[in-house]
Design a protein around this ligand. Structure first.
Ligand code: AMP
Length: 213
């Protein structure tokens, strides 16, 4: 089963992707996480991605597609995967579909976690991340057990540069201009579904499970 998670930054698609990955025992693949890991390790890829990420811009398609196709070519992806934050542009979706077509495969579900812009800005202001293991939290909706400390690895939580208010506004603009056209793209393929992302985490998860059957 191959699933694409759609939705604005901060809509909660990462949280849902993580839960789905666990339930269906599929890898959760986030291009944002791959870029951040490279950034932390100081690789050339990380350095290149940083300039775009810090500005709330998209990393160029060519680079992003290369990284993603490389990742989904791994053995652990043979039964499927959950893509979180990819594709973000029509050319990215086309590149993935082209590759899948060669293998006689396709994306089975595109799940759009729908949240209005007003809610997004509010949500992003409470977002916290662990600089060590990458896990994300929300001060109000998904707090860590101990305030400001990661449940997994006990590191001190931070506000990611790309979660700062100015960057969030940019990311929303980029989302509407470049990523939202994917709604029609996947509708045409007959795999598009939408869920109300303003509901509680567990309720959103239930809606998605109903869709996947
Ligand atoms: P995310 O954690 O998915 O919100 O991604 C953080 C940042 O990484 C984005 O704001 C982009 O700068 C970059 N990024 C992640 N995925 C993609 C993608 N599919 N295409 C282009 N840029 C991406």
């Amino acid at each position: 089963m191959k699933i694409v998670m759609l939705g604005a930054p901060g809509a909660g698609k990462g949280t849902q992707a993580e839960k789905l990955a666990e339930k269906y025992a599929l890898p959760h693949i986030s291009t944002g996480d791959i870029f951040r890991k490279n950034l932390k390790e100081g690789t050339d890829l990380g350095k290149e991605a940083k300039t775009y990420m810090d500005a709330g811009k998209l990393v160029p398609d060519e680079l992003t597609v290369r990284i993603l196709l490389d990742r989904v070519g791994n053995d652990d992806c043979k039964d499927g995967y959950i893509l979180d934050g990819f594709p973000r542009t029509i050319p990215q979706a086309e590149a993935l579909d082209e590759e899948l077509e060669k293998l006689g495969e396709k994306i089975d579900f595109a799940i759009d976690v729908d949240v209005p812009d007003e809610n997004i800005v509010d949500r992003m202001s409470g977002r916290r991340a662990c600089p060590k293991c990458g896990r994300t939290y929300h001060t109000q909706y998904m707090p860590p057990k101990k305030e400001g400390i990661c449940d997994e690895c006990a590191s001190e939580l931070i506000i990611r540069d790309d979660d700062k208010p100015e960057t969030v506004k940019n990311r929303l603009k980029v989302y509407h201009e470049q990523t939202q056209p994917l709604v029609d793209y996947y509708k045409k393929k007959g795999v598009y579904h939408t869920v109300d992302g303003t509901a509680e985490v567990e309720a959103v998860f239930d809606s998605i499970k109903d869709i996947l059957g």
